[in-house]
Design a protein around this ligand. Structure first.
Ligand code: FUB
Length: 458
């Protein structure tokens, strides 16, 4: 038994319940959409769109990326790519997907093209999974149709990469090894009742009831020799359905619904699927964050198991989220923008510190899940903070917002919202083992209190 398992066993034997799952939606600091998970190294990254506050359409301006190594605590890496990074694009930063090839990261995105006045597919490249990314070719990879949205990329075992996309038609190309160009024509998939539950949009008969129909948001991959195409289906409101094939270019067989229609508060849905640390995860979006809705969506995740024959079970949206697959070690610098849940706070980027936690007000809090204090518990708690006003207090509590107090850090004014000061305070309680940790922010009611860049238990 390794050390972590021993601690977990001791915790459970002692009669404690493991505080081990995070809630949906995954991100609470802003609206996030169209999740595209990617495993690289020992982390899981999720690329998302970003619904603007109070939007009345998908007026989306940037893409964002989040990562985790335990499935419950997510680090906000900010926006690695935005509309202005494409000289030829001017609006609608819609559903992205990233893939790694030979140590470089290729991010495929739909964006409104100034050149055609319709939607187009762009490709950006970066040297790290969290960017920054830059337009790889200075022009669209595919342009000239309102159908050109929602690219999904997959590199097959023989090295051939495929890019699928489209609404309401389905298109694909074979990408060249450089990942920024393709060979041959853009192919259109023939939609049939057998393949997708209905003929293509132009051939559907008015008034006829079909099994289902492809709408948008394809997610293409291979597992155990079978190819999968998952997609939003049924028109709006959308559910998620899928088709399977023995070949990357079809023919496809319609397999049924994965996430049926339920009242998620969002009339779109958009999925991404990934295996990570031995478990399978289904990412999607809802309108469930406070203030959320059809144009204020949020990424959520469910764990699932494939049926023995490789087909999908039905997956329903939950508010519960997924169990932890690892514990968070708090003895080291942890970015403050790592959280299982938060209330009230936002995040902001800064060229010097990277992303930090901002908009901290009295009563706001951050929760971290499944934090392993190991045998002794911490001796000190410290944080790098900044405040242009009078500051406030960080109360560190475990297991609930009014759980045992571990430390209280007084934050003074530091002379600026980005004048960082590292401050430390002794821990007042021994809290060995696994706990959820709450940072509860207190201070004057009304104004912003302080910003936090990172924290540290010793
Ligand atoms: O986020 C904008 C659009 O909404 C996406 O491209 C579609 O898949 C739908 O989720």
């Amino acid at each position: 038994m390794n050390k972590l398992c021993m601690y977990i066993a001791a915790y459970v034997i002692a009669g404690n319940v493991m505080p081990a799952s995070a809630d949906n939606p995954v991100v609470q600091t802003c609206y996030t959409t169209d999740p595209a998970p990617m495993v690289y190294g020992d982390r899981l990254y999720v690329y998302t769109g970003h619904d603007e506050d109070k939007a009345d359409f998908f007026w989306m301006q940037e893409w964002r990326v989040y990562s985790t190594d335990d499935m419950v605590n997510w680090t906000d890496h900010g926006s690695p790519l935005a509309i202005e990074d494409f000289s030829w694009g001017d609006d609608r930063a819609w559903a992205p997907q990233c893939v790694e090839r030979n140590g470089r990261f290729y991010l495929y995105v739909p964006i409104h093209s100034k050149l055609s006045g319709t939607m187009a597919i762009g490709v950006a490249v970066g040297d790290s999974p969290v960017g920054p990314f830059k337009d790889a070719i200075g022009k669209p990879l595919a342009d000239g149709s309102w159908d050109y949205i929602d690219p999904t990329v997959f590199i097959d075992d023989d090295g051939q990469a495929y890019l699928y996309w489209g609404n309401p038609e389905i298109y694909y190309v074979k990408l060249n090894d450089d990942m920024i160009s393709y060979s041959g024509e853009i192919m259109k998939v023939e939609q049939t009742v057998e393949g997708f539950g209905a003929p293509g949009p132009k051939l559907r008969k008015e008034g006829e009831k079909y099994k289902d129909n492809y709408t948008e948001g394809p997610w293409f991959y291979k597992r155990n020799g079978k190819y999968y195409l998952l997609y939003a289906a049924g028109g709006v409101p959308e559910h998620i359905a899928y088709s399977m094939s023995d070949s990357p270019e079809g023919p496809w067989e319609y397999m049924g619904e994965i996430m049926p229609l339920t009242d998620t508060g969002s009339f779109t849905n958009h999925c991404g699927v990934v295996d990570y640390k031995g478990k399978s995860y289904f990412f999607y979006h809802t309108g469930k964050l406070p203030g959320g809705g059809g144009f204020a969506r949020s990424v959520a995740v469910e764990q699932f198991e494939y049926n023995p024959d490789g087909t999908f079970p039905v997956i329903m949206p939950t508010g519960k989220g997924v169990p932890a697959v690892d514990a968070l070690n708090p003895y080291g610098r942890i970015e403050a923008e790592t959280m299982a849940w938060s209330q009230g706070v936002s995040t902001e980027p800064n060229a010097f510190t990277g992303v930090y936690v901002s908009d901290v007000h009295d009563g706001d809090y951050i929760r971290l899940a499944n934090v392993n204090f190991m045998s002794g518990g911490p001796k000190t708690f410290g944080a790098s903070v900044a405040s242009a006003l009078r500051g406030g207090t960080i109360e560190v509590r475990i297991d609930s917002l009014d759980g045992p107090l571990v430390a209280t850090l007084e934050v003074p004014g530091t002379g600026g919202w980005e004048n960082w000061k590292y401050l430390e305070t002794p821990a007042v309680a021994e809290v060995p083992g696994l706990h959820d940790v709450y940072f509860l922010f207190k201070g004057r009611k009304g104004p912003k209190l302080f910003n936090i860049d990172y924290w540290h238990f010793k």
